[in-house]
Design a protein around this ligand. Structure first.
Ligand code: FES
Length: 498
């Protein structure tokens, strides 16, 4: 019987995004059944798929790393006890398969003996029937050998993935992700861009408690929060403390809209200040080890700095999956006390009070349609957060990014956008420059109109617009003129209005 793989695993082994594979299934290029694809069909479509080593998995991870700027080389191996248990299970599975093979060999041998007897004893028509049966059996066996050879030890891919990257399905929302390296289930879910409930991420608060419906987990991190014996027998575990031994199904909610995430206040520290251009600052603050900010890509935060507690509302410029890091883009503005404080006084190690998340500039639920992002100046921060979130969700297909730069700020993360474009076949980046009058709506209109006419099918896309209010108004007006409805557009004023 042909081995089947989940769409998620098949995508990893073929080295493509899950979105691309789902697209090919929808197009009829790849047969699927019950959320799985056959190994043979996968190999026909992607002949370079390797089933017995981690080359393709690495390739996809490199795409993500390039896109998200993360170091994947330092991902460590699974916890040794977990790895030992997974290998022991694989050993049992192989023993069972071997026993099954031996039984088949015995059945085959007795079939051969019986056919030989019939051949010797029977008349001409019996001998013809026996010959026909032999040919059918030989042809089936030959076909099986050819397919096994073509797939290169065809069972290895799925089994290897189970050992190195067990799959987790979250119900009832039906999200899937793989747990790689030494990640706990919580860490892997966050890396996959899934916003499940959690608080401290180190076993203290109990907010990540969820029920493991099927499969087996092992505790790999110590925790102070106590799970009662009754809860344990019901399958409850702290997702920040356990790693999967097998594939899992876990009952836990995934937040997909802002009203599902509570407002949080966190005292963080400045970890890094970068100045990619003289008039813009990339501010990376880090939350304490015991706290992470829960938010959705595209939302914004209130920051307070300095003895005078000067504050600003700023879009979060990174993916919610980015560990304890929170990134903000600050444009130089002498009239703005917060920006002035950042440019003149803020240093690495300074405290920053963060209150978040705010706003509804998020991608609701599953990404079903091509996405077009329109950003102006530091409106790019909000768009960047959304794009990184979409990439983490592995649903990055059909993305257009149009970034309009005015004045002296420029395309301060141009290289990053180009690396996205290099890494993801489905992403197109168009930097546009408005040189004449900074912030002049008519100039924006003329510049944007040309870019929008180059979109393939705007009526089938969803639009996310971030920047100053006049830019949003111009973009919305242009989109209306090409028959894009208001329901297809979401916008975020940057800086957010108080
Ligand atoms: S997140 Fe606090 S115990 Fe897991």
């Amino acid at each position: 019987m042909e081995q089947r793989l989940s769409v998620l695993r098949a995508a990893k082994l073929a080295g493509v995004t899950r979105a691309e594979l789902q697209f090919r299934i929808k197009q009829g290029d790849l047969p699927s059944f019950d959320g799985t694809v056959g190994v043979g069909d996968l190999l026909n479509l992607y002949p370079a798929t390797r089933m017995s080593d981690d080359r393709t998995l690495e390739k996809l991870e490199k795409i993500k790393a390039a896109a998200l700027g993360k170091d994947i080389a330092n991902r460590s191996l699974p916890d040794p006890r977990v790895l030992a248990e997974r290998l022991a299970r694989l050993g049992h599975q192989l023993t069972r398969l071997r026993q099954q093979n031996e039984q088949y060999a015995v059945v085959l041998e007795s079939l051969e003996n019986r056919l030989r007897e019939l051949e010797q004893e029977g008349d001409a028509s019996t001998r013809a029937a026996v010959l026909e049966i032999k040919r059918t059996v030989q042809s089936a066996l030959h076909q099986e050998r050819v397919e096994s050879y073509a797939s290169g030890a065809r069972t290895d891919g799925g089994s290897w993935m189970t050992v190195m990257a067990p799959q987790v399905r979250l119900v009832p929302d039906d999200h899937e992700f793989l747990v790689e390296g030494a990640d706990t289930v919580l860490e892997a879910a966050l890396r996959a861009g899934l916003s499940i409930a959690y608080g401290c991420s180190n076993g203290n608060c109990g907010e990540c408690k969820a029920r493991v419906v099927s499969g087996e987990v092992r505790e790999v991190r110590p925790h102070d929060f106590v799970i009662s014996e009754t809860e344990r027998t019901q399958g409850y575990a702290l997702l920040c403390s356990v790693a999967p031994v097998t594939d899992l199904v876990i009952e836990v909610g995934v937040a997909s809209s802002p009203d599902q995430i509570a407002l949080q206040s966190i005292d963080a520290l400045v970890r890094e200040i970068q100045r990619p251009k003289p008039h813009v600052m990339l501010l990376r603050v880090q939350t304490p080890r015991t706290r992470r900010l829960r938010f959705l890509g595209g939302q914004y935060a209130r920051l307070r700095v300095g003895d005078e507690a000067v504050e600003a509302l700023l879009p979060l410029a990174n993916c919610p999956c980015d560990d304890r890091n929170l990134v903000f883009h600050v444009a130089e503005d002498r009239e703005d006390p917060f920006a002035r404080y950042c440019f003149e006084h803020l240093r690495k190690g300074d405290p920053v009070a963060v209150e978040a998340p705010f706003g509804d500039f998020v991608i609701p639920g599953d990404v079903k349609r091509p996405l077009v992002f329109l950003a102006c100046d530091t409106g790019f921060a909000a768009v960047k957060s959304l794009i990184e979130h979409v990439i983490a969700l592995d649903e990055a297909y059909g993305i257009d990014l149009i970034w309009v730069a005015t004045g002296a700020i420029g395309h301060y993360q141009d290289n990053l956008c180009r690396s996205w474009e290099d890494a993801l076949d489905s992403l197109r980046y168009r930097p546009l420059r408005v040189n004449s009058v900074s912030g002049d709506p008519e100039t924006w209109s003329a510049t944007l109109a040309g870019a929008l006419t180059r979109l393939e099918n705007p009526g089938a896309c969803d639009f996310y617009i971030a920047g100053p209010q006049p830019f949003i108004a111009v973009a919305q007006d242009l989109l209306k003129r090409i028959n894009v409805s208001a329901e297809q557009c979401r916008s975020q004023t940057v800086p957010p209005e108080r």
